[in-house]
Write a protein that binds this ligand. Sequence first.
Ligand SMILES: [Cu+2]
Length: 309
Amino acid sequence: MKQTSLCIALGLALALLAPMAAQAKTVKVSMTAKEVETPIDNKGTMYRSWTFDGMVPGPVVHVEEGDIVEFTLYNDKSSKNSHSMDFHAARVDVVKDFEQVKPGEKGSYTFRADYPGIFYYHCGADPMIQHIARGMYGAIIVEPKDKKAMPKADREYVLIQSELYQNPDNQAEMMDNKWTNILFNGGIFKYDPVHDPAATRMLQAKPGERVRIHFINAGANEFASFHAIAGIWDRVYPSGNPKNQLHGLQSYVVGPGDASSFDIISPVEGANALVTHSMRQALTGGIAILQFTNDADPKMGRGENILVR
Ligand SMILES: [Cu+2]
């Protein structure tokens, strides 16, 4: 009798645990640090960038809350510098796991993505200010396990702000904050044909759709006051965590090294201009047009087009 009830209890416990164990999946992520030329404006002006996978920003990493992330950083043998990876979504050892990887070598570490949201990643190799200024940053989205924790977004965009320094080899220029332009996703007015007629790209959505902007401030130095001209943020989720919800905001400050998710819904067709409302920042490149149109391209803000290249 006793044995039977023990068996039932064990069986019940296993039945309860099995689906939990099945949900914690392992995700392998790898990137290669490469020092290459990338365009910094719509005319195609090239800039000596240091990158993850040859792109600024680096690839968008997508995992789910609770996933085990096995990360490997390769540093291309053509690199002249050591590089590293600092995921803000990770809780690990800064010395052992975030250590620099020499050219031609690789480094790995593993973390569990415990907190849902939008997190910054960047190179932390010395001097970090130079590696960030050269373009070594990107986004990791940790999807909440509870799919009903936040309203479903019809479209999502990743927007990463950073500062352009003309000569990041001159550390004093960066320490003195002498940036010349603000970049969104690595480009000056990348999505703004109003301020730069050479711009061919815009963010798009239909009126009535919930559009979620995952906004990261890569810095290295400036705070961003993120605002939608002619719109209102329906909700803002600091760090993109569904437990952090603010409603009806005009602007929200995202400091260097921080990120938030911003929901916007337009009742009408027309454009909103997404800006960092510090005017020197906006007018030197920190503006992106979000076009609300009934003809919005169904591919925009979905799949690969979450970060518009
Ligand atoms: Cu680096």
